[in-house]
Design a protein around this ligand. Structure first.
Ligand code: NDP
Length: 332
């Protein structure tokens, strides 16, 4: 099996050298285990947090141990009653070509007529995050005007479309012209988030002269500062992520207007999707048919081959992806 390890803890934006490809012969399969040939690997922004040696809501990656992450593959050997050779499954033993793990850590794919890798994106963890943040955290109503940051990414692109389908007026932010065009084509007014808080505030005021009621936060920094300027009293903020800070090497300044949380009586709530997975069946039965019918669009950016996994991951921080960032393994 070929797998990636982290050789040292990165400081700031990781250098490619912190990732090293290793080779090992897998031990014989134990009772209850399955062996899986991975076909698709997911790389996600939260992985950056696990590269620091600190426990947050999740354990840090161990140095010199196989890295982990969402993956989809085909069972090639099974000593577990629920799985037979040929089954397609989802699990967390990513960053490698062959996974071997207990069958109770492996999930079969839900039954929907979509390309399998959608279960790592729009119908997987990122999709569930979008839906959960809107429905359960922000408690979205059709009368809300909604702002979604990083709205052409895996989470943001579904959050923006779900809010539109609910009848909300939606503004999405993205860092490139082509990403903003993608949003505009889907009835989402697009604003560039890669600018100063002042310029961003001005653009948001123009896009939403009456302010916003819900902010779906994926970015942080100047983006949050600008969102706080345009949010209405009693607004709700679902804090999903703050990617602009993941490579910070010192405490970030601002937002200088954080007191708006008080003055405007805002509700701002963070959430971790992994703590709400009991809602996954409801999410997939609600959103799955809408993806199958083409009511919801999703994009993918695919890097080819296991050796591209570090590049795919690092590219997330440069905005190299539209929609879900994936790695397709050889022969898949
Ligand atoms: P995306 O597909 O959105 O990829 C990341 C995107 O973020 C990039 O394409 C880029 O888009 C944008 N970005 C990167 N760096 C910056 C920066 N410095 N400033 C502004 N924008 C930046 O990733 P995901 O959809 O997987 O994740 C989106 C957010 O959701 C992340 O913050 C992630 O941590 C969070 N998340 C939280 C979960 C939870 O349980 N709370 C679960 C899953 C994800 P552009 O080119 O438009 O700038």
């Amino acid at each position: 099996s070929r797998y990636y390890v982290l050789t040292r803890r990165p400081n700031g934006m990781p250098e490619k050298g912190v990732f090293e490809l290793r080779n090992a012969t897998l031990p014989e399969l134990q009772a209850g285990e399955v062996r899986i040939r991975n076909r698709w690997l997911s790389v996600d922004p939260y992985m950056r947090g696990r590269m620091d040696g600190v426990r947050t809501y999740i354990e840090p990656f161990e140095l010199e141990e196989p890295l982990e992450g969402g993956a989809l593959g085909e069972v090639i050997e099974s000593r577990h009653d629920d799985f037979t050779v040929g089954d397609r499954v989802i699990h967390m033993a990513g960053w490698r070509d062959t996974a071997q793990l207990p069958g109770d850590q492996v999930q079969p794919l839900p039954n929907h007529e979509v390309p399998e890798q959608a279960f790592l994106g729009v119908l997987g963890m990122p999709g569930m995050t979008a839906w959960l943040g809107l429905e359960h955290i922000a408690e979205l109503k059709s009368s809300d005007r909604v702002l979604v940051s990083a709205a052409s990414g895996a989470v943001g692109s579904l959050a923006a479309q779900l809010a539109r389908l609910k009848g909300c007026d939606v503004i999405g932010t993205a860092g490139s012209t082509s990403k903003r065009e993608w949003l505009e084509e889907r009835g989402i007014r697009a604003v560039n988030h890669r600018q100063t808080a002042e310029a961003l505030t001005r653009d948001l005021q123009q896009a939403a002269p009456d302010g916003i009621d819900v902010y779906y936060e994926n970015v942080g920094g100047t983006m949050l500062e600008a969102a706080l300027n345009v949010i209405n009293p009693f607004g709700r903020i679902a804090v999903c992520g703050m990617i602009a800070h993941y490579n910070d090497t010192e405490p970030a300044p601002g937002p200088s207007n954080i007191t708006h949380v008080l003055l405007r009586r805002l509700r701002m709530q963070g959430f971790i999707v992994l703590e709400h997975m009991e809602h996954y069946p409801r999410f997939v039965s609600e959103v799955g048919p809408r993806v199958e019918r083409g009511e919801i669009d999703y994009e993918e950016t695919v890097f080819e081959g296991l050796k591209q996994t570090p590049d795919a991951f690092l590219s997330l921080f440069e905005g190299g992806n539209t929609g879900k960032m994936l790695v397709r393994l050889e022969g898949s």
